[in-house]
Write a protein that binds this ligand. Structure first.
Ligand code: DMJ
Length: 606
C-alpha cells in the first residue's frame, strides 16, 4: 500500500452535547413566547381601530383589497418567459432550461441488466466462446453490412445535434477549409499536422448523420487535395487515432476504395514510427522521410500513445491482407504485457530505445495513461475475444484501480480515481476530465462478461463525472478537478484551480453516457447528456463555430480560447447523436468497436 498525501476519513459526526442542546432549546422557547404575545396585542389594537371606521368605508376598503389581490395573482401567473439566446430558439422551452432538475440517483442495477450480464458470462465460459463470425479474417471488410436503417428518422434532440454539426462545419468550411483547426472567433485557422485534421476526423460523423452534401464536399477534398507526401513530423498516436482511424472507419461505412487507398498510403508511412531499438514506437514520424524520432519535449514516449495504435493497425492488416501493420503494433502490446506493473497499473512514460518504463513517472488514468486501459479491453473485443492476456491485463488493472486509485469525496461520497505521483507514488486527489472515458469502458467490459461490480464502479464514476460539469455555472467540466476527501471549509466535494478551469470541447463524459445508455436503456443518461449539450450550446457556440473556453467557473467571463478541436466533430457531436438515437441497434457494441477517437471499426472473430 502506498502512503497517501491526505488522510482518508469517510464520516465526521457533528453531535451537540446534551446540556448545550437544552440551553439552546430554552432560549428558543423564551424568545417564541415573548414575540407571540406582542403580536396578539398588535392584532387586537388594529381590530379596535377597524371597528371605529364608518361601515360604508369598511365595505369600500374591503373591495379595493380584494381587487388588488386578484390582480396580483393574474399578473404572476401570466408573465411571458424571458427570451432565450437566439441560437437556442429552435429548442423547446423545456429543452432550453439550463437549470438541471434534481437528478434521481441511478439504481445500482437496472431491470434486465443482471440477466444480460449472466448471459454474457455464460457465453464466456463456454468452450466455443469466440464471437460468432461477425467478420472472418481478411475477407471481412467485404462482408460488412452498413448499419441497418441509416438514415433513420431523427429524434428532436438529434436534430439539435445535427444543427450544431452543420454550424461547426459551415464555420470550418468558410474560414479553415483543408486546414487542421478552425479558429472561430478570429475567423482564421491553425495547422498542426497539416492533414486537414478536422475534415478527416469529421468524415464518419457526417456520414452517420446523413449530411450528404457536406460529406460529398469532404470526399472531394480527400480525393483531390489530401496529400501525405509531406516533409512534416507528425505525432504517431494523434495521426493514427484521428486520421488513419477516420479513413478506415469511413471505408467500412461507405465501402469506397478511395478511403482505403488513403489509409494504406498513410499506414505505410506511419509504420516507420515503430523502427526503434525495442519495437516500442517513437512519438513522432516524418511522413516524407519516414524517419521516427523522440518528441522535442523529452526522451520518452507516452504509455497511452504507444499502446493506442493497435486497433487501427490491426484493422489495416485485416482489410489489406498485409500482416506487417498488425505485427508491429501487436508486438508493443505483447512487450508491455511482460513488463512489471503495480497491480496492473502502468507508469505514463516508456523509453522507445530500451523498451523500459521511466519508473518514477506518474500512474494515472488520465493524460498519458488513459487509453492504455481502454485498448486492453477493446483489442480483446476486436479480436473476437481470442487474445486472453489482454483481458487478464485489463481485469488486473481494474483491481489495481480499486486498490490504489479509488477514493470518495467528503461530504457526498462521490467516487473518483486519483493518481500516484513520482518515485514515492504518493496518492494525489486529482482527476482529469480525460478519465471520464472510464465509465464507458467499464460498462463495455461488463457487457462482455467482466465482474459485475465493474458496472457499479461505472455508474458511480459516471455520476461523479456528470457532477463535475453540472456543478459549474456553465455546466461545462474543467480539464482537472481536485476532490476533497476530508471536510473542507466550504463543505464542497471538489474544487478547481484557475489554471485547470478550461474546457476544450472534450467528449469523454458524453462518450461514457452513450455506453451506459446503450447498455442499460436508462434514459437518465440521455437527460444528463442533454444538459451537458446545452452548456456547450450556451457557452461555446459562437457566430462561426464552437470555441474552447478558458474558464468554466464563470458564466459571464468564460475567456474564449478561439479554437475548435477536431475531436469536437469527430467525437463529441457523434456521441451526442448516438446518445439521442432511438434505435440503438445501428451501432451495436456487438458489431463495432469504437477507437479512442470514436471511429467505429468492425469486430473480427480472431
Ligand atoms: C481524443 O483525441 C481521444 O479521445 C484521446 O484518446 C484523448 N482525448 C482526446 C479528446 O479529449
Amino acid at each position: 500500500m502506498f502512503p497517501v498525501v491526505e488522510e482518508r476519513r469517510d464520516y465526521i459526526t457533528l453531535a451537540l452535547p446534551p446540556l448545550q442542546q437544552q440551553q439552546q432549546q430554552q432560549q428558543k422557547t423564551t424568545t417564541t413566547t415573548s414575540s407571540s404575545s406582542s403580536l396578539l396585542t398588535t392584532i387586537r389594537s388594529w381590530r379596535r381601530r377597524w371597528k371605529q371606521l364608518p361601515r360604508l368605508l369598511r365595505v369600500v376598503l374591503g373591495m379595493v383589497v380584494t381587487a388588488a389581490v386578484v390582480g396580483l395573482i393574474y399578473l404572476t401567473t401570466h408573465t411571458p418567459p424571458s427570451e432565450p439566446p437566439s441560437h437556442l430558439n429552435a429548442l423547446s422551452p423545456m429543452e432550453n432550461n439550463l437549470t438541471p432538475p434534481p437528478l434521481p440517483p441511478l439504481p445500482p442495477h437496472l431491470p434486465g441488466e443482471r440477466e444480460k450480464e449472466t448471459q454474457a458470462e455464460e457465453s464466456l465460459r463456454r468452450d466455443d466462446h469466440k464471437h460468432q463470425p461477425l467478420l472472418s479474417g481478411q475477407e471481412g471488410a467485404d462482408q460488412i453490412v452498413p448499419p441497418p436503417g441509416l438514415p433513420q428518422k431523427r429524434s428532436g434532440r438529434q436534430e439539435a445535434v445535427v444543427a450544431a454539426m452543420k454550424h461547426a462545419w459551415k464555420g470550418y468550411k468558410t474560414y479553415a477549409w483543408g486546414h487542421d483547426h478552425l479558429k472561430p472567433v478570429s475567423r482564421s485557422r491553425n495547422d498542426w499536422l497539416r492533414l486537414g485534421l478536422t475534415l478527416v476526423d469529421a468524415l464518419d460523423t457526417l456520414w452517420i448523420m446523413d449530411l450528404k452534401e457536406e460529406f460529398s464536399e469532404a470526399r472531394e477534398w480527400i480525393s483531390t487535395q489530401l496529400n501525405f507526401n509531406l516533409n512534416q513530423d507528425v505525432n504517431l498516436f494523434e495521426t493514427t487515432i484521428r486520421v488513419l482511424g477516420g479513413l478506415l472507419s469511413t471505408y467500412h461505412l461507405t465501402k469506397e476504395q478511395l478511403f482505403l487507398d488513403k489509409a494504406v498510403d498513410l499506414g505505410d508511412r506511419l509504420v516507420a514510427g515503430f523502427n526503434s531499438g525495442s519495437g516500442v514506437p517513437f512519438a513522432d514520424v516524418n511522413l516524407y522521410s519516414r524517419r521516427a524520432s523522440k518528441p522535442r519535449w523529452g526522451p520518452d514516449s507516452s504509455t497511452s500513445e504507444v499502446t493506442t495504435l493497435q486497433l487501427e493497425f490491426r484493422d489495416l492488416s485485416r482489410v489489406t491482407g498485409k500482416p506487417i501493420y498488425e505485427e508491429k503494433a501487436s508486438f508493443v502490446s505483447e512487450h508491455i504485457h511482460k513488463l512489471p506493473k503495480t497491480d496492473g497499473l502502468v507508469p505514463i512514460f516508456i523509453n522507445a530505445q530500451t523498451g523500459q518504463w521511466r519508473s518514477h513517472s506518474t500512474i494515472t488514468l488520465g493524460a498519458r495513461g488513459d487509453s492504455y486501459y481502454e485498448y486492453l479491453l477493446k483489442q480483446w473485443i476486436q479480436t473476437g475475444r481470442t487474445l486472453d492476456y489482454l483481458r487478464d491485463d485489463y481485469n488486473q488493472s481494474v483491481t489495481g484501480m480499486e486498490k490504489h486509485l479509488a477514493s470518495h469525496t467528503h461530504p457526498s461520497r462521490l467516487l473518483f480515481f486519483g493518481e500516484l505521483h513520482g518515485s514515492t507514488k504518493n496518492f494525489v486527489n486529482k482527476m482529469d476530465e480525460l478519465t471520464c472515458y472510464l465509465p464507458g469502458t467499464l460498462a463495455l467490459g461488463t457487457h462482455y462478461g467482466m465482474p459485475k461490480h465493474h458496472m457499479d464502479l461505472a455508474q458511480q464514476l459516471m455520476y461523479t463525472c456528470v457532477q463535475t460539469w453540472l456543478r459549474q455555472p456553465t455546466h461545462l467540466a474543467p480539464e482537472i478537478t481536485y476532490f476533497n476527501i476530508q471536510p473542507s471549509p466550504n463543505n464542497e466535494d471538489f474544487y478547481v484551480k484557475a489554471n485547470d478551469a478550461h474546457y476544450l470541447l472534450r467528449p469523454e463524459t458524453i462518450e461514457s453516457l452513450w455506453y451506459l445508455y446503450h447498455l442499460t436503456g436508462n434514459t437518465t443518461y440521455q437527460d444528463w447528456g442533454w444538459q451537458l449539450f446545452q452548456g456547450i450550446e450556451r457557452y461555446c457556440r459562437v457566430d462561426n463555430g464552437y470555441t474552447s473556453i478558458g474558464n468554466v467557473r464563470s458564466a459571464t467571463d468564460t475567456k474564449q480560447k478561439d479554437k475548435m478541436e477536431s475531436f469536437f466533430l469527430g467525437e463529441t457531436l457523434k456521441y451526442l447523436y448516438l446518445l439521442f438515437m432511438e434505435d440503438q441497434s445501428a451501432f451495436s457494441v456487438d458489431k463495432w468497436v469504437f477507437n479512442t477517437e470514436a471511429h467505429p471499426l468492425p469486430i473480427y472473430n480472431n
